[in-house]
Design a binder for this molecule. Structure first.
Ligand SMILES: Cc1cc2nc3c(=O)[nH]c(=O)nc-3n(C[C@H](O)[C@H](O)[C@H](O)COP(=O)(O)OP(=O)(O)OC[C@H]3O[C@@H](n4cnc5c(N)ncnc54)[C@H](O)[C@@H]3O)c2cc1C
Length: 323
């Protein structure tokens, strides 16, 4: 077991963590990134990425994240494959964290980029057909279904927003919900019901995602939650929209969060309630949830952390000079 001491500890290795690392390393802060169980973050479980700026052609999610990792390392970041299991924020800077490996991390400042995970139904075919018709992000993948049949599964705000968004690309959108009423806000429901491109299938649970001969999603197997009757729905794309879970268990009772567990920053900034602790990316964002927004927030967090460290250093020097 080792102790790692650093000016900046970045927890998480998605677009937010790697971008924070690139900025911090170029500011000579020699950051450490603790990568967690999913090095590279959520984009490593997708295939085509067509909306990350800088690439004319579609790139593969795992490749993009590997490039970000390499760039962060190239400019001086230390990557550690570990998962933080406890953090001590109570006593202010320097902060202390412990990894699953037993290693200890001592850091002058902390950047939390632990992201979020889409919730899945957990039914057969869902994972196997990920990137082959099954997705959890209409903003990311809706464009690939231009002029095709798509389905959205869920009944909350996200599901309704995703269904409405998909009508930009498809005239045939089916919203599948396991109950007979939606949880989404009334205004969203009104827009949904007024949209002729959307059909709602009530009281239907998805039992499985089934592939066609080409290995791509072909149809959904459904069961009526009231009558028990089985049916199928042919579709080219299916978007699971039953929510996201931010990875904030570690910070419960230590940092302010909303009722869903997203970290609450000072509005418009990556600053948390504790000086020297910053949060960036999906862990603090339930609205945009994009690689480019996470990367942008990672950059902001590193810049603010750099200013925090400089101010701290300045205060120490002034105190020493006054002695
Ligand atoms: C299937 C899918 C397809 C997508 N497609 C697109 C797309 O085409 N375009 C787009 O812009 N966005 C897309 N997104 C969304 C995008 O992936 C996210 O918005 C983005 O990855 C968020 O980045 P992040 O850095 O905030 O967190 P994440 O990518 O979620 O990364 C979180 C990181 O934190 C680490 N971590 C968690 N807990 C700990 C811990 N305790 N200790 C250490 N590390 C920890 C994890 O290992 C991971 O590395 C997609 C998402 C999914 C799920």
């Amino acid at each position: 077991m080792a102790t790692h001491t650093t000016k900046m500890l970045i927890i998480g290795s998605g677009p937010a963590g790697y971008s924070a690392a690139i900025y911090a390393a170029r500011a000579m802060l020699e950051p450490i990134v603790v990568q967690g169980l999913q090095p590279g973050g959520q984009l490593t479980i997708t295939t085509d990425v067509e909306n990350y700026p800088g690439f004319r052609d579609v790139v593969q999610g795992p490749w993009l994240m590997e490039e970000m990792r390499a760039q962060a390392e190239h400019v001086g970041t230390r990557m550690i494959w570990d998962t933080i299991v406890t953090v001590d924020l109570e006593n202010g800077s320097p902060f202390r964290a412990i990894g699953d490996s037993g290693d200890e991390y001592i850091a002058d400042c902390l950047v939390i980029c632990t992201g979020a995970q889409a919730k899945w139904l957990g039914v057969p075919g869902e994972m196997a057909l990920g990137g082959k018709g099954v997705s959890a992000c209409a903003t990311c993948d809706g464009f690939f279904y231009r002029g095709k049949k798509v389905a959205v599964i869920g009944g909350g705000n996200t599901a309704v927003e995703e269904a409405l968004y998909l009508t930009n690309h498809s005239d045939n959108v089916t919203l599948i919900h396991r109950r007979d009423s939606l949880r989404a806000e009334k205004i969203l429901q009104e827009r949904l019901f007024a949209n002729p491109k959307i059909t709602v299938l009530w009281n239907k649970a998805v039992d499985s995602f089934e592939a066609g001969e080409n290995g791509m999603l072909h149809h959904l197997a459904l069961t009526d939650t009231v009558t028990g009757e089985a049916s199928t729905l042919e579709t080219d794309g299916a978007f699971v929209a039953i929510g996201h879970a931010p990875a904030t268990e570690l910070f419960k009772g230590k940092l302010p969060m909303d009722e869903s567990g997203y970290l609450l920053n000072e509005p418009g900034t990556p600053k948390t309630a504790i000086p020297g602790v910053f949060a960036a990316g999906d862990v603090t964002d339930h609205v945009y949830r994009q690689a480019v927004t996470a990367a942008g927030m990672g950059c902001m967090a590193a810049l603010d952390a750099e200013r925090y460290l400089a101010a701290r250093q300045h205060a120490v020097q002034e105190a020493e000079a006054a002695e």
